[in-house]
Design a protein around this ligand. Structure first.
Ligand code: SF4
Ligand code: SF4
Length: 373
């Protein structure tokens, strides 16, 4: 019997750093995204990417989260119990069994884009499995505004999967094939994936090639997300996250329509929210040496402010939570101007100097402050 080809099926993968010795790491943080179509895990060791995975989401969120982290941990010698802090994100974020905290994917995408493409990024477009989000953020990757299209699968990964199956074209080839046309056709008129499907069938019956149909569909998707972006305003430093960012058929047409090139990154666009979640999990401050010295768990921080006056050099201050867009909490933070020299400023407190426990940690009843010493 001939095997039935599933054209929509994309390749699952996992990776870990072949040389990094995670046992020497001082801070191991992970992010787990349980999305509607795919689930990813990503692990940072001292701020460096150590391992990741990308699998299809299964029938329930806890299993999907467990499978994703197991795939990332495979052959590393690391176990779930070695993860010091984990953030769950995506639609299944509250059902990640080993997560310390759940954070919206909107906050994680913005923080991830900031980590992947730098602090100048102000507009982030997430083209995910079942919805599209246009996000505006500040130089720290904190969300300042967002808009979402979640009413229709057009312009999303699911819409692309439907088209791949309909045209019997492997999903990874859609973008490139959509440019193999003599002339760019007009976009399909339907924005709903169900109608776009019947419109595509009609076009093929009238003699259009599959590549023409793909071009018309990619063009319609690009136009649709450009309208969403137009409503939030696009600034020059613009970054695309999510699986569809890997489809040049949509990305290039979108760039053309906006007249702006998206910022490129060597990171995998599909990991933006897990990277963002992991960076938030690793909420802390690197100094000039590149190591993390202080971490503040904003979930545990109750805003009491007791750590501020006990810190001899007044390194700490109370600020609005920088990462959670829905929170109006005040939390402890290391003062901006001090962040590059923590190693030196905190040196007199170092336990080896015989001064006992660090004053900030001793004052913090909920145990929100961590140090890499
Ligand atoms: S270790 Fe000392 S100097 Fe550093 S933040 Fe804590 S109290 Fe302040
Ligand atoms: S003492 Fe702890 S709980 Fe209080 S503000 Fe500082 S970090 Fe937050």
């Amino acid at each position: 019997m001939a095997e039935i080809q599933e054209y929509w099926r994309w390749t699952e993968y996992s990776w870990h750093h072949p040389e990094m010795d995670w046992r020497q790491g001082k801070r191991i943080a992970s992010g787990i995204d349980v999305g509607s179509v795919s689930s990813q895990a990503l692990i940072l060791v001292d701020g460096q990417i150590f391992a990741f995975s990308n699998l299809r989401t299964g029938s329930n969120s806890p299993d999907s989260a467990n499978n994703a982290i197991k795939a990332a941990l495979k052959d590393t010698g690391m176990e779930i119990k070695d993860l010091q802090y984990t953030v769950g994100t995506g639609y299944g974020r509250v059902n990640v069994p080993f997560a310390n905290r759940a954070i919206t994917e909107i906050a994680c995408h913005a923080r991830g884009a900031n980590f992947m493409a730098g602090p100048k990024v102000r507009t982030v477009l997430d083209m995910g499995g079942q919805d599209c989000k246009a996000i505006h953020c500040d130089e720290r990757g904190k969300v300042t505004n967002f808009l979402m299209n979640d009413k229709c699968a057009a312009g999303t990964g699911r819409g692309m999967e439907v088209m791949a199956d309909l045209l019997s074209i492997p999903i990874k080839d859609i973008g490139d094939l959509s440019f193999q046309v003599d002339k760019e056709p007009a976009p399909v008129s339907s924005t709903c994936v169900v109608f776009a499907k019947s419109e595509a069938l009609g076009l093929m019956r009238s003699g259009w090639s599959k590549n023409m149909v793909l071009a018309a569909y990619c063009s319609a998707m690009a136009h649709r997300v450009s309208l969403l972006l137009g409503r939030i305003g696009v600034e020059d430093q613009f970054f695309i996250t999510g699986g569809i960012a890997k489809n040049p058929g949509i990305v290039k047409r979108l760039e053309q329509e906006l007249g702006i090139q998206a910022v490129k990154s060597q990171h995998d666009s599909q990991h933006a929210d897990t990277e963002g979640g992991t960076v938030i999990a690793n909420y802390g401050y690197k100094d000039g040496s590149g190591e993390f010295f202080i971490s503040i768990d904003t979930d545990k921080c109750n805003g009491c402010g007791d750590c501020v006056p006990v810190c001899p050099p007044r390194l700490l201050e109370m600020v609005a939570d920088q990462y959670d867009p829905l929170s109006d909490k005040i939390v402890a933070a290391v003062r901006e101007e001090e962040r590059k020299k923590i190693k030196y400023t905190c040196a007199p407190c170092k336990p080896a100097s015989g001064r006992g426990p660090l004053p900030c940690m001793a004052a913090c009843e909920p145990g929100a402050i961590g140090h890499s010493w």
